[in-house]
Design a protein around this ligand. Structure first.
Ligand code: C2E
Ligand code: MG
Ligand code: MG
Ligand code: MG
Length: 272
């Protein structure tokens, strides 16, 4: 009948058939975008419990000529399939380092993907960009998710240890969103733990999430790990998070990711 016919059409969706070609296209365009400087960073503020601005998180955006602003969820996973993720990561680090003074906050975080950490030269290249831009490494934090394998003596662990030796802080991002989180915590010394926003979203309704966040904050207090709550959208969430012992907060309630207003060259000067 009609239904089966429709289903068959969906099963042979041309978009699925060209999935690989679509990926190749994005990859090619992204490679060009990095060279042409069509990427941009948006910065989202992070606040301490007393309301002081403690830093920002850099979040990459792609200003596509046709598609407009493309969010990272649409291209990071494609970049991760090749060396492109390292090129993108180095672009992000350099841009962030160049912007750090204009941001007027002590700290700046950047996201680093597992694919970047698998490269043996990651830490050396990171250090080179930090040196080249003259940034104090102690102001930088790298955020990694728990999908990063942290086998003792493995390349990822060696890269992160090298960064920590430079003074860069290491944050575990989206904590609680994956598996075996507590085990992961014990494997490596993190400086910062970011509670996944799914826990924050449920806070008002879920006594279990409340207790879990309080327990994570207690672990943080005992082991000297800074606890950042992600995705704070309401005043009620903020109050509950403070009561649970969180020390740092990030979310739309407090500030959205926004581009840095760069000093633009006046048009008269450009035209001259
Ligand atoms: P993330 O590192 O966990 O970043 C937080 C995400 O939550 C950002 O999405 C941010 O815009 C969003 N967000 C912040 N506050 C709120 C809130 O109150 N409510 C809600 N619903 N969302 C909020 P974005 O910018 O789309 O980034 C998504 C993910 O893409 C990031 O998650 C990170 O994993 C990855 N990403 C972003 N920039 C980079 C980058 O430069 N390099 C790499 N490797 N990954 C990046
Ligand atoms: Mg992050
Ligand atoms: Mg996160
Ligand atoms: Mg995330």
């Amino acid at each position: 009948g009609k239904r089966t016919g429709r289903n068959r059409v969906i099963a042979f969706d041309p978009e699925m058939l060209t999935d690989v070609r679509h990926k190749r296209l994005i990859e090619r365009e992204l490679r060009a975008a990095i060279i042409l400087d069509e990427l941009d960073l948006h910065y989202q503020p992070v606040f301490a419990a007393d309301g002081a601005l403690s830093g920002h998180e850099a979040l990459v955006r792609w200003q596509h000529k046709v598609r407009g602003t493309v969010p990272p969820s649409e291209f990071i996973h494609i970049a991760e399939e090749s060396d492109l993720i390292s090129r993108l990561g180095e672009w992000v680090l350099r841009r962030a380092c160049l912007d750090i003074d204009a941001l007027k906050a002590p700290r700046l975080s950047i996201n680093v993907s597992a694919a970047q950490l698998r490269r043996g030269d990651f830490a050396d290249r990171f250090a080179a960009i930090v040196a080249e831009t003259g940034v104090d490494a102690q102001r930088l934090t790298v955020e990694i998710t728990e999908t990063v394998p942290l086998k003792a003596g493995g390349v990822e662990e060696r890269n992160l240890s090298a960064l920590r030796t430079l003074g860069v802080r290491v944050a575990i991002d989206d904590f609680g969103a994956g598996h075996a989180s507590l085990e992961y915590l014990k494997k490596f010394s993190f400086d910062v733990l970011k509670i996944d926003r799914s826990y924050v979203a449920n806070l008002a309704e879920s006594p279990v999430d409340n207790v879990l966040i309080a327990a994570i904050c207690e672990i943080g207090r005992v082991s000297g790990i800074e606890i950042v709550a992600e995705g704070v959208e309401t005043g009620e969430q903020l109050d509950l998070l403070k009561a649970a012992g969180c020390t740092h907060f990030q979310g739309y309630l407090l500030g959205r990711p926004t581009p840095l207003a760069r000093k633009s060259v006046p048009s008269q000067v450009r035209a001259a």
